[in-house]
Design a protein around this ligand. Structure first.
Ligand code: HSE
Length: 436
């Protein structure tokens, strides 16, 4: 059978990883795919570098449109990133009848609906395993492996840069800034790390998982997103004393009231497996009704881990491209006509537990007034910690863990607590999940 011909748009770290792994494991991959998969064209602005990475049977061009227009190319792999030119090229590839593989979570979060509609119309496949958690086959697991289940929630450490920063803050007692600089020095964080540290990258990925888990369009615009820039190392220490670690989690949860989709720093029990996912590693926990809890762990970025996911998509497309489009796995797990329009809850309607740190005057009755106001809003306390104040200090720190409550109740309680004259500093509030 003639080889499946692939064109890469971009040959940076992931592109060259894909080229390398495909060549190295060619025989195994062909035995699985049933057909040879050949990267026949590469488009990259730096053609000299690109030519140095590929062999003579691969044509290197500077214009991505040449790859898209070439009649021999069956699959276009978009590795440009962003949602400007990458969107135009993906739509052009679909219009030319090419299948598309992409690792571009930002593109799918912003334009997934248009891309999938266009692909559906043209009868081509768009595969995106590498877009969430790099090498971890989480899209495959959610879309196919767990297809018998009603998925209840997903909680993921899906940004390696922020997980590395949080690990360094905890292990070395560093400030956020110190840990960020270390992440940049090691090449984890970009020179402009905004998307990582502000939680936007994790929001892209959590939104894609939410769509597949619940059969909804990718709800990125409605996600609640809070990054880690405001996190202080003292809260990491206090959390640890109470038996918790702080992770940036992407959470998608199906509740009676609607879908919670939130990305924020979160206390998780130190003994839980997910709390022990350290450094730049990723992990995704999925709670589903039949199977219970499953956990997926691995490298969320890097050339070869991401190539692993991209090549898995190339193999899927190679196996399925001659199948009737109606018999292929739907892009977002559910048949297009069976997608739902479920409400994404505003953040004040979520239900979660909290860690609170209050800088208060060290006076009689302060604790009673704080706990009294929590009780007024039916917020139950789970644990408390008060640091002994030094002899001459007139302030002390109260750390309170609460049970679950509606976020709007917590907001109302905190407004009143903050207004107490004895609460002398802005209250720190971090959400907490037991993940059971
Ligand atoms: N910036 C991402 C991370 C890379 O740190 O996880 C993979 O999407």
């Amino acid at each position: 059978m003639k080889p499946m011909k692939v064109g890469l748009l971009g040959i940076g770290t992931v592109g060259s990883g894909t080229y390398e792994v495909l060549n190295r494991n060619q025989e195994e991959i062909e035995r699985r795919a049933g057909r040879h998969i050949h990267i026949a064209m590469v488009a990259d602005l730096d053609t000299t570098r690109a030519k140095s990475l590929v062999s003579s049977d691969c044509v290197v061009v500077s214009d991505a449109k040449e790859v898209i227009a070439h009649p021999d190319i069956d699959i276009v792999v978009e590795l440009i990133g962003g949602y400007g030119i990458a969107f135009e090229l993906v739509m052009a590839a679909i219009e030319s009848g090419k299948h598309v593989v992409t690792a571009n979570k930002a593109l799918l979060a912003m334009h997934g609906t248009e891309i999938f509609e266009a692909a559906h119309r043209k009868g081509v496949m768009v595969a995106f395993e590498a877009s969430v958690a790099g090498g971890i086959p989480i899209i495959k697991a959610l879309r196919e492996g767990l297809t018998a289940n009603r998925i209840e929630w997903i909680a993921g450490i899906i940004n390696g840069t922020t997980n590395f920063i949080l690990s360094q803050m905890r292990e070395k007692n560093w400030s956020f800034q110190q840990a960020l600089e270390a992440a940049q020095a090691l090449g984890y964080a970009e020179a402009d790390p905004t998307f990582d540290i502000e939680g936007i990258d994790a929001a892209h990925k959590a939104s894609i998982m939410a769509a597949i888990a619940f059969g909804i369009q990718i709800p990125f615009q409605k996600a609640y997103v809070e990054g880690i820039t405001q996190l202080q190392s003292q809260d990491i220490r206090f959390a640890e004393q109470l038996g918790y670690r702080i992770k940036l989690l992407g959470i998608a949860k199906q509740t009676q009231a609607g879908i919670e989709l939130r990305i924020h720093p979160c206390l998780v029990p130190s003994k839980s497996i997910i709390a022990n996912v350290e450094g730049a590693m990723n992990a995704v926990m999925v709670q589903a009704d039949a199977v219970g809890t499953t956990l997926y762990y691995g490298k969320g970025a890097g050339g070869e881990p991401t190539a692993s996911a991209i090549i898995a998509d190339l193999v899927d497309i190679t196996r399925l491209h001659s199948a009737d489009p109606l018999n292929r796995v739907p892009f977002l797990a559910y048949q297009p006509q069976s997608m739902r329009d479920l409400a994404i809850l505003p953040v004040d309607q979520i239900v979660t537990a909290y860690y609170l740190r209050l800088g208060v005057a060290d006076q009689a009755g302060v604790l009673a007034s704080v706990t009294g106001l929590l009780a007024e809003f039916s917020i139950s306390i789970d644990a408390m910690l008060q640091q002994p104040s030094h002899a001459k200090e007139e302030r002390t720190e109260l750390i309170i863990l609460t049970h679950q409550c509606l976020e709007s109740s917590m907001n109302a309680a905190l407004k009143k607590i903050q207004a107490l004259p004895t609460v002398i500093e802005p209250i720190v509030r971090i959400r907490k999940e037991e993940l059971i």
